[in-house]
Design a protein around this ligand. Sequence first.
Ligand SMILES: *Cc1c(COP(=O)(O)O)cnc(C)c1O
Length: 382
Amino acid sequence: MPRIYLSPPHISPEGYEQEYVAQAFASNWIAPLGAFVDRFEEELAVLTHRRGGAALSSGTAAIHLALRSCGLEPGDKVLSSSFTFAATCNPIIYEQGLPVFIDSEYTSWNIDPDLVEQALAEGKKSGKQAKALLAVSLYGQAANLPRLSELCDYYGVALIDEATEALGASIAGRPCGSFGKFGVLSFNGNKIITTSGGGALVADDLEALAKIRFWATQSRDPAPHYQHSELGFNYRLSNICAAIGCGQLQVLSRHLAARQAVFHRYSEGFQAVPAIEMMPRYGEPNHWLSVITFTPESRVTPQKVAAALAAEDIESRPAWKPMNLQPYWGKYPFYSRSASGSVGADLFARGLCLPSGSALSQEDQDKIIAIVTACCTGSEPS
Ligand SMILES: *Cc1c(COP(=O)(O)O)cnc(C)c1O
């Protein structure tokens, strides 16, 4: 039996990706740029209701350049979701900024807007306001972006809509990636669509995007020789990767429907298991990963269930370990409602991500449901 992965790449059965890559080879536009990069950027902008996009080598690179574009300078504060993957906040340190972490709310599992408001009000009072807010839509479920966007507008802080896991999700009728100064996307191998590795910024500010493309290609001034008036980066996406991305976009809506079906089958499968709760549905999620939590009364641990799945060669993962609990990040300021615990710590202690790929078969999913149920009820899987 082949191993069942959490979220493996899913190439279209029609072979759009290979076809476009072959076209890129035929035109000899292997690199650095080319027609597929332009097309990919245009299609991403349309999907996220933005005026433009910049295709980059990773989501992390996109966050890095977004922060530079917000004018981040050494010592400047950046507010960030704490319950996230470290790629969200690593770029703050690349620019010697000061991360300020904010706990989640149970409603969306994402950054708590009341705590954001508190941090912004304190920032204003202290005269040292944050330069940006990195609001993550984790597991493809929107943060309360409408409210966060109002708060950021009121306090004059740049909102970065960190939608690396949320392509195709939306809230209040607006897609994730469409809020604030920048939307950030990732096309890493495990995301809802992949370019093998890649990312993008989408925005309405075309001038800012032009500057980002300039920085991403080593800041080469327009001159016949190599002339540089600014620090540069090698962060552009190649035409080959963009060709894969254009192929994947052809089947994005199918991937979204498949992930949603996976989520609904888990919901049904676990309906009669009192120890298990599905993650809440907030906005219109893309259901990138289906995450379950075990009730505190059940005393079932994610570790135990993960071990039972691993014994059957099935991959699962604990929920993200929040930044405030990380050895490297724990030293930075952290806002939460209670001094004794946090929402992120609770979700980390009780949460488990189950295989959620868009190509997951119904039989495989039934097997997963049986194993997880058996762990929670003490019975043998049938
Ligand atoms: C995947 C991911 C990123 C970074 O994307 P890369 O393309 O892998 O650099 C950032 N934040 C979160 C929450 C992610 O899941």
